[in-house]
Ligand binder design. Structure first.
Ligand SMILES: [Zn+2]
Length: 429
């Protein structure tokens, strides 16, 4: 009896003491500035990270941990290989072989949405100091710059539809179409903020727009709600007092949680002065945000039923640019099976892109910033085509060139239709 008891102790005690954490998966996301390797762990861990060069590699020692399954690394431009080993008895060693020198950072993420505990290894490219080109704004006849942001990305898939459509992919497809539509317009130029499948912190998105000296920031999303019948698009601007409706409050939470899901650690430590300055300049750009958002909502109403008839307000982090008018568009409900299906079609995506572009265009033609091509070349008065009008006759009547008339109306042919509203070029002395 006694012997048996000792035997039991020998068998079970070491295992109880060794209660180990498990690694259950790996995802790697590569963007233009960094690569994030996200490791799924069953609980919080203690770990050490260090770097070695020649060849460049990152070593992570994770205590009391074992691999539950093999880490499946897909082809990646930064991480060539991940090797596993043991250090001492219970410490798991992972070695990341890199293609070139990178600066490694790491942090733990708590469970959020579909994910449990995660350990994130962030590999930053060694930055070559970029020469900043400023003073673009003083250039005569400059283009109006629109920053187009595709919501979510990488580790953060955003909302999902019943048939598995992911918001992050839909938003990028629509955003790319919007960029193309804007770039076809004379006097307008688009900048794509997220260019691939990686996560970009919310704050970085509007900072990038400011760096590019954008005149407007537009963030593209697709909505989700617990009730699959809810449908329609919505246009939001920033509210500093919280959301205007219950649904907006819910949405505000889920959009702002993106940073927790997407795998970033917020660096800012609540700078009071910065906040005060931000508030001051934000008031001025809110007015422009509202006007441009109203134009976009009106244009979208032509193709789709709105969820709300007016521009809504919510406290979205991504809209907090102090001096760039900003809006967020929930293009449709991905949680509504019919809208999910439509969101995937080229036709609907293109219609959305064209309408958003039309709304933006109509806003800037009404209130163009000074020194822009639109301000310098387009008259505020317009001509409505009457029956019997020809493009040539209109050009003659206003003493403008056919070429200018066609260019500002973005026309490739001489066809005009009765009732069509034509913009008129300014005559430059
Ligand atoms: Zn979203």
């Amino acid at each position: 009896m006694k012997k048996y008891f000792v035997f039991l102790l020998l068998c079970f005690v070491p295992q109880i003491l060794m209660a180990s954490t498990q690694i259950n998966g790996l995802r790697v996301w590569t963007g233009p500035d960094d690569t994030k390797a996200v490791i799924d762990i069953s609980a919080q861990v203690d770990y050490k990270l260090f770097q070695l060069s020649n060849p460049p590699r990152v070593v992570v020692d994770i205590e009391n941990t074992k691999l539950n399954k093999n880490l499946n690394l897909k082809e990646n431009p930064v991480i060539n290989k991940i090797r596993k080993g043991k250090k001492g008895k219970d410490t798991l060693r992972l070695v990341f072989d890199l293609s070139s020198e990178h600066k490694a950072k790491s942090f733990l993420l708590k469970p959020a949405k579909q994910y449990g505990h995660r350990l994130v290894i962030q590999l930053e490219k060694n930055k070559i100091k970029k020469k900043t080109v400023k003073q673009v704004l003083n250039k005569k006849d400059r283009d109006i710059i629109i920053a187009v942001d595709a919501g979510h990305g990488g580790e953060d898939p955003g909302a999902s539809g019943a048939s598995g459509t992911r918001e992050k992919n839909i938003t990028l497809q629509i955003a790319k179409r919007l960029v193309t539509a804007i770039d076809k317009e004379p006097g307008m130029k688009a900048v794509l903020i997220r260019t691939g499948d990686y996560y970009l912190a919310l704050e970085k998105r509007y900072k990038k727009a400011r760096e590019k000296q954008a005149d407007l920031f537009v963030s593209i999303h697709a909505d989700a709600f617990t009730d699959p019948k809810v449908h329609g698009m919505s246009v939001y601007i920033l509210s500093k007092r919280g959301a205007t409706s219950e649904a907006a409050k819910w949405l505000e939470q889920s959009e702002n949680n993106s940073d927790l899901v997407g795998g970033v650690v917020l660096e800012d430590k609540d700078n009071v002065l910065a906040k005060v300055l931000l508030d001051l300049s934000q008031n001025a750009s809110l007015e422009a945000s509202l006007k441009s958002a109203e134009k976009v909502l009106a244009a979208l109403k032509q193709i789709e039923k709105p969820h709300k008839k007016y521009v809504e307000r919510a406290n979205f982090v991504v809209l907090r640019s102090p001096d760039v008018p900003s809006m967020l568009i929930e293009t449709a409900y991905i949680s509504n099976p019919e809208e999910e299906k439509r969101l995937k079609t080229k036709d609907f995506q293109q219609k959305l892109a064209n309408s958003i572009k039309d709304g933006i265009k109509s806003y800037f033609y009404q209130s163009p910033p000074p020194n822009t091509w639109i301000a310098n070349h387009v008259k505020s008065t317009k001509h409505t085509v009457a029956s019997g009008d020809t493009l040539g006759a209109i050009a003659e009547a206003y003493k403008v060139s056919m070429w200018d008339l066609k260019k500002i109306n973005n026309k490739t042919s001489n066809t005009i239709m009765v009732g069509e509203v034509l913009l008129l070029p300014k005559i430059i002395p």
